[in-house]
Design a protein around this ligand. Structure first.
Ligand code: ZN
Length: 178
């Protein structure tokens, strides 16, 4: 899982979320293969919108239908922390509903804008690589280091040994000959 945004999209997101402060802003990113194409903003209907967010359900459904019609995937769910870091709060982790969709958080701790992309599943948040801009080198996989190559070979070997072991343990017992 990864997420890629263009500089102008980041600027748009920062402008909008900053303008909504002190309320948390929220919405969706539609795109393809983790690359954002559309930023949709959705009303935050939480009872205390400066402390948490809850997307307006009809707007959410409409946005999802629009993505479907435009052939876009749901790339990310985004929201802002007007005074916090771009880290998922305990509430964000508890209420995360889509484990396969990236969660993008725009943080403004100490007035400094920062983005964080996360995958939240089974009560755990893990950082997702976030690329900003379309410079070609971002698209190229990083060259494997010797150590990474070794780790890949080692895990491949372990997989083969496991598969063999499984095959052997699952074999029916050898027929008994008189
Ligand atoms: Zn949050």
């Amino acid at each position: 899982m990864h997420l890629r945004l263009e500089h102008h999209q980041v600027a748009q997101l920062l402008r909008h979320t900053a303008s909504m402060a002190p309320q948390e802003a929220c919405g969706l990113l539609g795109g393809k293969g983790g690359k954002a194409r559309r930023i949709v903003s959705i009303d935050n209907v939480a009872a205390k919108p400066s402390q948490r967010y809850e997307m307006d359900a009809p707007q959410l459904v409409r946005a999802l239908f629009e993505f479907e019609r435009e052939g876009l995937e749901l790339c990310a769910i985004w929201h802002s922390h007007p005074e916090g870091k771009p880290l998922p709060s305990a509430e964000d982790i508890r209420t995360a509903a889509w484990p396969d969709v990236c969660q993008l958080i725009v943080g403004f701790a100490n007035g400094k804008a920062e983005l964080g992309a996360w995958r939240i599943a089974s009560g755990e948040a893990n950082r997702v690589p976030l690329q900003i801009g379309s410079s070609a080198p971002d698209l190229l996989p990083e060259e494997e280091t010797g150590q990474q190559r070794l780790a890949i070979w080692a895990s491949a070997a372990v997989a083969v040994i496991l598969a063999l072991w499984l095959a052997l343990t699952l074999l029916p017992p050898a027929p008994k000959f008189p």
